[in-house]
Ligand binder design. Structure first.
Ligand code: ADP
Ligand code: MG
Length: 397
């Protein structure tokens, strides 16, 4: 922590008010399986990872919120008295600002006075999460800011308080949707806020019902493989796929009493004539089943089965949903064919970003070298590799 403290003092100076610096950690997350089904009433199975955002925070009494990032330029300064919540041109600032603004609006609505808006704080963040690679650096940033705001406002112990954690996850999602303008689902913020060490989080995105599933690898290891290919197409294709799912749902609805595409069965596919829509719907239905099967396999500690389900998920995202692309297909295929690997798939929105792989422990180091070399040979790109373990959600250190 010494580094962050030194940098904090360099940037914000020593305090005259004897206020001490507090530390927080907000993890990134990776989704094991359940891709592109959150907006179809499906379930996801993320874990929080050990990479994330550290924050040093010092309360003040000057009614200013000041936030700096070691990973991005400039300072977000919010003057609470003048309600300085206008969107900033420096886009990273809009993630924390959106969260602050949403909380401000909700206190106005509830006619409450939250302590944080009577006081203020200074905050410095530092991250070892790649930005824009699908490991949810944006949710890590939003959630750590929300956690600090809640922590300074309520006299409740957030560590033990799932209700408050869910509330702050929803607040953060709304901030990203309405303020930043990114139409993400709830998974990222929920995973960052609610994950538990050595567990995956089985979440129904629609109802927010959730359950913890053991995630203990013993003879195996999981790695995240970063293609280092920017997710250029992801946004436009995301909207296109969403629209296609809606069309498929509307066709099936004429025959079956379902509300969401994930409720459909494979038999319902007979109603769809359009081959593209049929494949999109098939991915959604089979992927949702694979999530249930993966959770069961995790409970049984059957990693071979988990690996097979990851492979099937990738195949479905490649052939039926068509959101993989050259780099992700090349990478997961190399991984799958390298000794020791029991399964691999893309994770996140697709068209770049990351894949995951499950590998036998004793072959892990060789696996990393082989896959990195082969990936570079076939794509000209450098591979990023991160070891994975299932960690707790956001916390005060
Ligand atoms: P992902 O969430 O997959 O990493 P996003 O595009 O959703 O990708 O979010 C990345 C954005 O979040 C960055 O471009 C930046 O604006 C903001 N961000 C994330 N981490 C930091 C950080 N440590 N410091 C400043 N801004 C950050
Ligand atoms: Mg994000």
């Amino acid at each position: 922590m010494l580094d962050l403290t030194t940098l904090f003092i360099e940037r914000f100076g020593t305090s005259t008010a004897e206020q001490s610096v507090q530390y927080y950690f907000s993890p990134g997350r990776v989704n094991l399986i359940g891709e592109h089904i959150d907006y179809n009433g499906g379930q996801v199975l993320p874990i929080a990872i050990s990479q994330g955002i550290r924050a040093a925070v010092r309360p003040t009494t000057n009614k200013l919120i000041r936030i700096q990032s070691i990973n991005n330029n400039g300072e977000l300064t919010v003057d609470i008295d003048t309600e300085g919540f206008a969107k900033r041109p420096n886009n990273w600032m809009n993630y924390p600002l959106g969260v602050i603004y949403k909380l401000w609006k909700s206190q106005q609505k509830l006619k409450k006075h939250l302590r944080i808006f009577e006081t203020g704080f200074e905050m410095l963040i530092d991250s070892n999460l790649p930005m824009g690679s699908g490991l949810s650096s944006s949710a890590a940033l939003e959630v750590v800011v929300a956690y600090v705001l809640f922590n300074q406002s309520y006299k409740k112990n957030l560590n033990q308080n799932d209700f408050m954690r869910v509330t702050l996850a929803i607040l953060c999602q709304k901030a990203e949707n309405d303020f930043v303008g990114v139409k993400c689902g709830i998974m990222d913020q929920f995973a960052v806020a609610m994950s538990k060490q050595n567990h995956a989080l089985l979440l129904e995105c629609d109802t927010l019902r959730y359950q913890y599933v053991p995630f203990q690898m013993r003879k195996y290891a999981m790695v995240i493989l970063n293609t280092n290919k920017p997710r250029a197409l992801a946004d436009s294709k995301y909207n296109e796929r969403k629209a296609e799912c809606e069309q498929a749902l509307n066709i099936i609805k004429k025959h079956s009493a379902i509300k969401q595409l994930c409720e459909a069965t494979l038999n319902d596919l007979d109603f769809i004539d359009n081959p593209t829509l049929l494949r999109r719907a098939r991915h959604v239905i089979t992927e949702n089943t694979r999530v249930t099967q993966t959770a069961k396999a995790l409970i049984e500690g059957n990693w071979i089965q988990v690996g097979e389900l990851l492979n099937l998920s990738h195949q479905s995202l490649r052939d039926d949903y068509e959101v993989t692309g050259f780099e992700l297909d090349t990478l997961s295929s190399i991984a799958r064919h390298t000794e020791g690997c029991v399964g691999s798939r893309m994770t996140g929105a697709g068209f770049g970003g990351c894949a995951i792989a499950i590998v036998k422990n004793e072959l892990l180091e060789d696996f990393k070298i082989t896959v990195a070399n082969e990936y570079h040979k076939q794509t000209g790109l450098r591979l990023g590799i991160y070891d994975v373990s299932a960690q707790d959600g956001v916390k005060e250190l």
